[in-house]
Write a protein that binds this ligand. Structure first.
Ligand SMILES: [Zn+2]
Length: 410
């Protein structure tokens, strides 16, 4: 027995005064219980000041540890409370676990690695632990890792929203464009959103004045938020959002026209895609509609106007870009197609931020990429229950956080 306990002491990396007192195999339950103890009169550090004291009394605690072959393993210990002259009665910290945790550090390290790769529900089933404990652990480590983040070198950001819980609520993400990682996640997309980001940004050594480029959609709340909180930032309106506005306009035209033009039935997605992304069948359909003699189908014209706008982004100089956009605007506003005229006017009202793209060359493409990761995470994180859990998953998957400073064994 002596040999076995010392073997376990070494495997658990126990240091004096901690010893393995008893090992108990529960065969029917497939459990291995390891009881850890300390000799009477041992001294422990005050968790606040490090002063050594004897145990005042103890509290029994249990932690899930890494499985021992097919046995689920638990550590049980009497954790001393000490009475420090400066800090009163306090529970001491044990070396195998962080305070308040249900798992040992090694078990948490494994669980965190699993949560990265599969849904929390699945991890919960595999390891046979309540998913609430896993969420709590995930929140703790992502929050802890975020406290070590340093945003002092951030100069370009993208702001975008994603939907949470079947599209009922919105979540706003802020991305560091250069490092391609999420640096802030918050609920809502109103005028206070950017203000909340600024507070958090400064709490992580971010300097609002050094943020030069910001990519956003045309929502007045974001525009106002950036203008009020990031005084040196120049806004670029994300071209994917602009294309979405034009896409919606084309779709509106199609919906109205479908009553007169039977051939438009079942073509919705054809007009929303770029020509190069169409399926073979859609390409044939488009060619057939476009080649109709004296084709005056408004949907086709609207589609061509949308395509033409996109082409401007291929122009070689800022001057050419602006010239092309001006020509486009003239064409669009003289198209006599209401939804297209309205979209063109929206674009005109945000002209400098549309043009800014040529200089900043930033767009929310990164965010769209992150978004698909998040959507996948969301699908996997079914039953994430609270916004805080959802946020933790977003940071874990898209935040490129450094967990090495969190005390998590790597
Ligand atoms: Zn103390």
């Amino acid at each position: 027995m002596e040999l076995i306990t010392s073997l376990f002491e070494r495997a658990l990396n126990l240091e004096p005064p901690w010893i393995v007192k008893k090992i108990d195999f529960d065969e029917p339950q497939k459990l291995l219980n390891i009881y850890i103890d300390f000799p009477r009169g041992s001294l422990f550090l005050c968790p606040r000041c490090g002063t050594l004291s004897k145990a005042y009394d103890t509290v029994e605690k249990q932690w899930r540890h890494l499985n021992f072959f097919q046995y689920a393993c638990y550590l049980t210990a009497r954790v001393p409370r000490i009475e420090c002259t400066g800090h009163g009665v306090l529970l001491i910290e044990v070396p195998w676990s962080r305070s308040g945790a249900d798992f040992t550090l090694l078990f948490e390290s494994l669980a965190m690695a699993m949560v990265r790769e599969m849904p929390v529900n699945a991890v919960s089933r595999i390891i046979g632990e309540d998913d609430n404990k896993l969420w709590r652990m995930l929140r703790h480590y992502t929050e802890e890792a975020r406290t070590h983040e340093d945003y002092s070198s951030v100069v370009a950001i993208g702001v975008d929203e994603t939907s949470a819980k079947r599209g009922q609520d919105y979540v706003t993400l802020v991305v560091n464009m250069d490092e391609k990682k999420t640096i802030f996640v918050t609920q809502g997309k109103d005028s206070s959103t950017i203000e909340r980001f600024k507070e958090d940004f400064m709490a992580h050594h971010g300097i609002p004045e050094t943020v030069i480029n910001v990519s956003i959609d045309m929502s007045p709340a974001f525009i106002k938020g950036i203008e009020e909180n990031f005084s040196n930032a120049v806004i670029t309106f994300d071209r994917f959002h602009i294309m979405k506005i034009l896409g919606n306009a084309v779709d509106e035209v199609r919906k109205k026209e479908i009553k007169e033009q039977e051939m438009l039935r079942g073509t919705r997605y054809l007009w929303l895609k770029n020509r190069s992304n169409l399926t073979e069948k859609q390409k044939e359909m488009l060619a057939a509609i476009e080649s109709l003699p004296r084709c005056n189908i408004k949907t086709v014209r609207a589609f061509h106007i949308r395509e033409n706008f996109q082409l401007a982004y291929k122009e070689p100089t800022l001057h050419d870009f602006e010239t092309m956009l001006k020509k486009w605007y003239f064409w669009a506003t003289h198209s006599r197609i209401e939804p297209i005229i309205a979209a063109a006017k929206t674009i005109k009202a945000h002209w400098s931020g549309v043009l800014r793209w040529f200089t900043s060359k930033i767009d929310n493409g990164i965010l769209e990429g992150l978004n698909s990761l998040i959507q996948a995470a969301k699908a996997k994180a079914r039953g994430y229950k609270t916004f805080e859990n959802f946020r933790a998953i977003i940071y874990l998957i898209t935040g490129k956080l450094d967990f090495s400073k969190t005390g998590l064994p790597t």
